[in-house]
Design a protein around this ligand. Sequence first.
Ligand code: COA
Length: 175
Amino acid sequence: LLKEFSEEDISKLFSDFSCPLNTDVQDFLINKSLRFEESDKARTYLILSEITGNILGYFSLSFKELSVKQFQVSKTKIRRLDGISKEADKINTYLIGQIGKNYSDVNNTLNLKNIMESVWVVINEARALIGGRVVILECQNIDKLVALYETEGFTLLVSPSSDDKLLTLYTIVTT
Ligand SMILES: CC(C)(COP(=O)(O)OP(=O)(O)OC[C@H]1O[C@@H](n2cnc3c(N)ncnc32)[C@H](O)[C@@H]1OP(=O)(O)O)[C@@H](O)C(=O)NCCC(=O)NCCS
């Protein structure tokens, strides 16, 4: 992000971004993404229109230790997540911290599938360099959103507290 644009260009781009379905997604891009970038806490990637140059969508990537004990996970699944041990209780994962499209552009045809294609380009580069096999994301407890992620190959981790506001979904990449 910072490599490609000046801070002035970035504020101009951000001023046009709107995501009313999830104000955290909007707030992160506008108010936090630069700080996260500068402090190396996460990397944010913008998907821009080739025609207008405006933001069509964005995603932020980082990593997070997943504590499997929080979830109802079989030993077989733990082994698949860890890659080696069925006794592991902490798994290193890539985290899709934010993902969203720009609703201020009424003709915006970007969808989750398109955004995930770009996510995989970045994660596959990182995997080739340093390994890692699990990608997670945390999402609001909204059936439609969960179903959408499931179509992209993510699986819900079942938590004993079913009223959790944030759900965790994962996918294992092994190729
Ligand atoms: C996630 C996203 C990029 C997917 O885009 P998409 O593939 O084009 O899918 P849609 O936007 O059509 O979403 C599918 C359905 O889920 C609903 N939905 C998506 N995000 C939602 C949210 N945060 N809250 C409530 N409903 C939501 C949509 O309204 C849509 O419902 P519909 O089928 O009745 O129209 C886009 O929905 C988005 O930017 N959502 C807001 C940000 C967000 O919630 N990000 C996920 C954080 S984990």
